[in-house]
Design a protein around this ligand. Structure first.
Ligand code: NAP
Ligand code: ZN
Length: 352
């Protein structure tokens, strides 16, 4: 065991503050990573503030962060894929049982015994796992990913959650050239959704509540931007979409988007608002439309996504911040004021 620097919150009402935490010494299958950048996901904020208390209650203190890139500092004796000095990444998952139906099918992100990067029982040290707002982390090599060397690291970090969470459903629902795809909510996930849909050749429409994001949406790859509070603009698209990705973090009217789907159209929720959303049965029935959800992606698909990003030069648009600004960043996240992902430069923690 060794001590690592980190930022943690002690309760739902406390700000994040500097602390030290215990990390395990790498076992034979482990990779120890010096964290260089960690993205700030809205899930970090939901968890720190215990907004998902009914589904996954937060255990305090919490060290959030699951968009991690860094450099390998040490590997266990049985590790074959990584060596000290390599770039490496870690996303939302650090372990799974490896024996259930989902794990056997390569879908460990649906394993009932999955271990999340933070706030999951830690079988090594007891307590819960601690995430990437830290100067280092130790992870089983099966859950460590390779970062293409051409990608800038600050913008690559958000691929580990925002990237895979938007890439996976687009692949699952067969987004290809010529499909009409909507992306709702231009935040961290949404802006990655726009980049992927555009790279896959779709006709992309962004739905935003923030008129000030119109130009950015077009620059990111949208063909059209709809201000979702404008009913006339919304009506123009009724019944026309093949697929809509809903990446909104707060309560909103999902029926307004279901009505924009064509026959057999699908809307996938990746946004995880704390409160249930009301769904109109008629909106789904009239058009054999479907509503689904999607959770991150498997480790293999995450590597596929990273390689796709390497080949297409895709990274997140980031605002790099020192960790001392993390509480301010959370306040801005709540106001939808992020362009389009905060990425923490962990050198700021090392020099504290
Ligand atoms: P984010 O950067 O804060 O973006 C959320 C966006 O939603 C905002 O930028 C805003 O876009 C829109 N929005 C916010 N409040 C709204 C409201 N009241 N009504 C309508 N639109 C609103 O968050 P994120 O990190 O992308 O995460 C988005 C959601 O996905 C969160 O709930 C997060 O927990 C969840 N998530 C799920 C998974 C998964 O595996 N399924 C993985 C990661 C994150 P506009 O300004 O464009 O309207
Ligand atoms: Zn996330």
């Amino acid at each position: 065991m060794y001590k690592a620097k980190a930022y943690s919150a002690g309760s739902a009402a406390s700000p994040l503050a500097s602390t030290t935490i215990a990390r395990r010494d790498p076992t034979e299958h482990d990779v120890q990573i010096e964290i260089l950048f960690c993205g700030i996901c809205h899930s970090d904020l939901h968890s720190v503030r215990n907004e998902w208390s009914s589904v996954m209650p937060t255990v305090y203190p919490i060290v959030p962060g699951h968009e991690i890139v860094g450099r390998v500092t040490k590997v266990g004796s049985a590790v074959t894929k990584y060596k000290p000095g390599d770039l490496a990444a870690v996303g939302c998952l650090v372990d799974s049982d490896g024996t259930c139906r989902q794990c056997k099918a390569g879908l460990e992100h649906f394993c009932p015994n999955q271990v999340l990067t933070f706030n999951s029982p830690d079988k090594h040290l007891g307590g819960v796992t601690y995430g990437g707002y830290s100067d280092s982390i130790v992870v089983d090599e099966r859950f460590v990913l390779r970062v293409p060397s051409n990608l800038p690291l600050a913008g690559a970090a958000p691929l580990l959650c925002a990237g895979i969470t938007t890439y996976s459903p687009m692949r699952h629902w067969g987004i290809t050239r010529g499909k009409k795809v909507g992306v709702v909510g231009l935040g961290g996930l949404g802006h990655m959704g726009v980049k992927f849909a555009h790279a896959l050749g779709a006709n992309v429409v962004v739905f935003t509540t923030s008129p000030g994001k119109r130009e950015d949406a077009l620059r990111l790859g949208a063909d059209e931007v709809v201000i979702s509070r404008n009913a006339d603009e919304m009506k123009k698209h009724a019944g026309s979409f093949d697929f809509i990705l809903d990446a909104v973090s707060a309560e909103h009217d999902i029926n307004a988007y279901i009505n924009l789907l064509g026959i057999n159209g699908n809307i996938t929720l990746v946004g995880a608002p704390a409160k249930p959303l009301g769904v109109s049965a008629f909106s789904l029935i009239m058009g054999r439309r479907s509503l689904s959800g999607s959770n991150i992606g498997s480790i293999a698909e995450t590597q596929e996504m990273l390689d796709f990003c390497g080949a297409h030069n895709i990274t997140a648009d980031v605002e790099v911040i020192p960790i001392q600004k993390v509480n301010e960043a959370y306040e801005r996240l709540v106001k939808s004021d992020v362009k389009y992902r905060f990425s923490i430069d962990m050198a700021s923690l090392r020099s504290e």
